[in-house]
Design a binder for this molecule. Structure first.
Ligand SMILES: N[C@@H](CCC(=O)N[C@@H](CS)C(=O)NCC(=O)O)C(=O)O
Length: 333
């Protein structure tokens, strides 16, 4: 068992180093796929962010209350309730009509995978209850039954859906009857494509940028993923070392000279796209908001995500997204 695991790990590493040397098909590399990101969607992260979200409101409410004292304590309390209600209305989920909610939804995923997190942001926001099967990225035994060998796979009332964007389109078509199908050259589609073709490629070079960030990322990945005890230890250190090198290759492949600058630039590009709106979708998130939020969620509380929020204007939008997406719709088993 130990030998099998060591063999698997060494094959992963030798493959990743071969990829570095050969420079081909990096995105198909198993370690990279194992490695993609750790989830920050822990309840701890949620509660931290939620308190940050509410604190400016509480502060402004408090300053308003000084003025209101002259009017009377009752007035303050009424306005407090009104403010809370308003925030709930503004940043609320959009559950579909109950008759359209699928009965049985199962997501096969890696907790840290950005594509899986894109699907989860969609399910959480539309409040579609789903079960999660965490796939072991080395054996993949949980998806042996499928011909498709990547994650996410979403099984909706027995029907297999694959590829994050296709999953979202197909499920969206079923549960959101009033949503007009995008024309293809509209703003929402353009930014969804930007996520898949640009944003996701900047993430790996950032989270494996140096040895300490690579270790931080693998600590997250191995703590949240489906690994045996031996795999957890070996993958953490060997994976971090391998991905440090792989990420240098990815930088070349995607013409990235300074990975942090590229991340900040992407965050600013997104904020510019919002053009003063709360969300790209206006007063409510659309599929592009959910896609950007979904792929950023696994890195948000890693060093790179913290830097991104500190050095760019994306934080306010991200916090609004956290408030809108709210609690996960995942069914805990
Ligand atoms: N275009 C696909 C990409 C999915 C993808 O590449 N998933 C990675 C994990 S992040 C994967 O499963 N790779 C195969 C593997 O781990 O062997 C999507 O959007 O769902």
């Amino acid at each position: 068992m130990r030998r099998a695991s060591a063999l698997a790990t060494s094959s992963l590493i030798s493959r990743s180093l071969a990829t570095v040397d050969g420079g081909a098909a990096v995105s198909n590399h198993r370690l990279l796929q194992v490695a993609l990101f750790a989830s920050s969607s822990t309840s701890e992260a949620c509660s931290r962010s939620r308190s940050r979200w509410f604190s400016p409101m509480v502060e402004s409410f408090s300053s308003g209350s000084y003025r209101a004292i002259s009017v009377g304590i009752a007035g303050v309390m009424v306005s407090g309730v009104a403010a809370a209600t308003l925030s709930q209305q503004v940043y609320a989920k959009e559950p579909p009509p109950p008759e359209l909610v699928p009965k049985d939804v199962v997501l096969y995923q890696y907790e840290a995978c950005p594509f899986c997190n894109k699907v989860k942001a969609f399910l959480d926001y539309y409040d579609i209850p789903y079960k999660v099967v965490e796939v072991n990225p080395i054996s993949k035994k949980e998806i042996k039954w499928s011909d498709y060998k990547k994650v996410p796979i979403l099984v909706v009332d027995g029907e297999q859906l694959v590829d994050s964007s296709v999953i979202i389109n197909k499920l969206g078509g079923k549960i959101l009857p009033d949503k007009v199908a995008p024309s293809g050259d509209d703003e929402e589609t353009k930014w969804r494509q930007w996520v898949d073709n640009h944003l996701v490629h900047i993430l790996s070079p950032n989270i494996y940028r140096n040895t300490s960030e690579a270790l931080e990322s693998f600590d997250y990945i191995t703590s949240n993923g489906n690994f045996s005890f031996t795999e957890r230890i070996t993958v953490k250190y060997a994976g971090a070392a391998a991905m440090y090198f792989v990420s240098k290759n990815l930088k070349k492949k995607y013409n990235i000279t300074d990975e942090r600058a590229a991340l900040y630039d992407a965050a600013e590009t997104w904020v510019n796209a919002l053009n003063g709106r709360d969300f790209l979708g206006g007063s409510k998130p659309n599929m592009a908001d959910l896609a950007v939020f979904g792929v950023l969620r696994p890195i948000r509380y890693l060093r790179s995500g913290k830097d991104m929020v500190e050095h760019t204007r994306i934080g306010e939008w991200y916090t609004r997204m956290e408030a809108s997406v709210g609690e996960s719709a995942r069914i805990k088993e």
